[in-house]
Each structure stands twice: as C-alpha cells, then as structure tokens.
Design a protein around this ligand. Sequence first.
Ligand SMILES: O=C(O)[C@@H](CO)OP(=O)(O)O
Length: 207
Amino acid sequence: MSERLLVLVRHGQSEWNLKNLFTGWRDPDLTPLGVEEAKQAGQRLKTEGYQFDIAFTSVLSRAQKTLDLALAELGQTDLPITRDIALNERDYGDLSGLNKDDARAKWGEEQVHVWRRSYDVPPPGGESLKDTVARTLPYYVTQILPKVLQGNRVLVAAHGNSLRALIMVLENHTPESIMKRELATGAPVIYRLKADSTVESKIDLAG
Ligand SMILES: O=C(O)[C@@H](CO)OP(=O)(O)O
C-alpha cells in the first residue's frame, strides 16, 4: 500500500524573525537558532523513522537552508529537490522590512492583525492569504500532490504563510479558522493522504 506521505516544515528562525521585521519575499539568512531548529526538524523526523523520496522548497534561502540542514540530519543529501517561486512566503508588499511593533504603533494593533492574519485583506502592495493560495494551490495540485499520490514520500520546506495556504486546504479551514492556525519554525507537520487526496491522519511535531 502506498504511504502517501506529505511532510510540511516551516523554515527555522530567520534574522528578520529575530529582529521582528516583516519579511515576505526578502531573503534574510537563518539565525544560529534557526540552524538548530532546522537540524532538530531533521533529527526528529529521523527518530520517528521517516525517509523521503523527493523534496520541494521555495527560491528563498531560509527555506532552502532549512531543507538542506534537515536532509543532512536525515542522511538524505542526495534527494531530488525542486525549488519554485510558487512556494515563496506571502509577499508583504510595502510592509516588507518594517518592524512589526512600529507598524502597530503607526496603523494600530487591529489593522496590523488584519494584514497579518485575515484571509482576504492584502497588506499595502502585497498579497493576502487568498492571493497566496491562488499561486501555491495550483502548484501543489499539479506538482506536489501527484508525487504524493504516486507513492513518493514528499518533504516540503517553505514559509509560515505559503504553508498556511496549503494547510487551509488540507485541514479544511474556513477564512475565519485559518486566522488562528499558526505554524512554529522548524516544527514538521506530517500528513498521510487518502487516495482521494484528503487527509487521513495528521501528526504535528510541534505538539
Ligand atoms: O514576516 C513574514 O514574512 C511572516 C513570517 O515570518 O510574518 P507574519 O507572521 O506576520 O505572517
């Protein structure tokens, strides 16, 4: 029987996560803690007995490095990796590079929360989660899902909001319930899919 294994992992802490800056498509490196989180993600998957056949990531270095570090821990540095812009973080537009507390002071707590977590209100010049779903979901359906359904064990290393876009579909969230679905850095979420591509089981290594 096919395993239909799909594991999603958000990159480890980045320099801009640490500095509390809106990041989006900007390309900061991992912090030393982020490197540790990425290694731990690989170690935890290895301890649980997971191995993979193929991996996907974005074109941003924090996700690519997280994937490389996790694969090194898994002893799978030779895995085929597909890197695609479709898995990039949600574009934060004009907020990119701004401090999140400074933004709250300027525009108010409520407005900033709406920009960060609402489903369909984009930040100025950027993408809403809905916009992000519109580019990540076709990529998932045409490139990732077929591999899973063919029986490949698939690892995806990407970003808080590009993964929330996929999780919205996988976990059947509504525009309201997705607002509260957070994703910890370096914490793998493990799905087994049914043949009809819906979720059979989920294990969140964040607990
Ligand atoms: O800055 C970003 O790109 C994201 C992820 O770190 O932040 P937020 O939690 O606001 O979506």
